[in-house]
Design a binder for this molecule. Structure first.
Ligand code: SAM
Length: 270
């Protein structure tokens, strides 16, 4: 397997919530810059042609990620068959949970308790989505997630922003410059993130722990991302004749490649 089991600060339970929130807000901004909403909306609209579902459970939602805007967009174009979205995370941010759950939007809610993506039996029915979070799962857990989607006969859509196509040696050699680029990017992007706090500004510009952690996690994510070959390996004893798997590059409307996806759904609808 090409994927490397590196650590990310974001995964440590001792990592301060305010830093994790600042980092997932930076990821949210990155999604906006990259146009992830458009890519995911098209994938989900397409999947709905194959199998009907009216609810989505997003796993590892962080600061919401792109899914609320994906659902808003789909509900605008598919007015007759609106989708509901439940956001979940291992480390839900209580302030965001409260904000989303008291907003007027009846179609989007955030589960206030911790939901571990590794235990899909705890999770309500509907399309499961994992946006930029599947690489956080080690191979055994990743395989279990795929297996339980297939066993429960429910659709799943996994999306990763980038492909792990840099050789490990080149990644190590380029690490100092790549970390520096992400570090500087954090300084540039921070003023454009939502809900900026004084703690975030302090630990971004004066004591730059957030840029350091964001830079490391970004680089580690690249090496933790499953390649197509890795995914085929995970699926080797998961595949059944009544459940279909599709692994492919994702595209924007202008034809530009934008990350990749794994789509799983029961054959013959449900
Ligand atoms: C890189 S962030 C992505 C957040 C969001 N989906 C987005 O695209 O902006 C990964 C998220 O996965 C969550 N996470 C990590 N391990 C998890 C697990 N076992 N179960 C649920 N969430 C998990 C982290 O807390 C974090 O919020």
């Amino acid at each position: 397997m090409k994927r490397k089991e590196l650590f990310e600060f974001e995964d440590f339970s001792w990592f301060p919530t305010s830093f994790r929130v600042a980092m997932t807000n930076l990821i949210l901004l990155l999604h906006k810059i990259m146009g992830t909403t458009e890519v995911l909306s098209n994938l989900i609209i397409d999947l709905r042609k194959t199998i009907h579902f009216d609810s989505i459970v997003d796993l590892g939602s962080g600061s919401g990620g792109p899914m609320p805007s994906v659902v808003e967009h789909i509900n605008e174009v598919q007015k007759e068959d609106k989708l509901r979205l439940l956001l979940t995370d291992l480390h839900p941010n209580p302030k965001l949970v409260k904000k989303i759950n008291t907003d007027d939007n009846e179609f989007v809610t955030y589960h206030e308790d911790s939901i571990n993506a590794t235990n899909l039996s705890e999770v309500p029915k509907g399309l499961k989505t994992m946006i930029a979070s599947f690489h956080h799962m080690n191979p055994e857990i990743a395989k279990n997630i795929l297996k339980s989607a297939s066993k429960n006969n429910e659709p799943i859509l996994i999306y990763e922003i980038a492909k792990n196509n840099v050789p490990f040696v080149a990644w190590i050699l380029l690490l100092p410059i790549s970390l520096l680029i992400l570090f500087v990017m954090t300084w540039v992007m921070t003023p454009f993130t939502k809900s900026i706090t004084l703690t975030q500004l302090l630990f971004t510009y004066i004591i730059p722990i957030i840029p350091l952690a964001y830079a490391w996690d970004g680089q580690a994510s690249l090496m933790r991302t499953y390649t197509f070959e890795d995914i085929e390996l995970l699926l080797s004893d998961v595949k059944t004749s009544n459940y279909n798997w599709e692994i492919n590059d994702a595209f924007k409307a202008n034809g530009k490649k934008q990350g990749y996806y794994i789509k799983g759904y029961p054959l013959g609808g449900k």
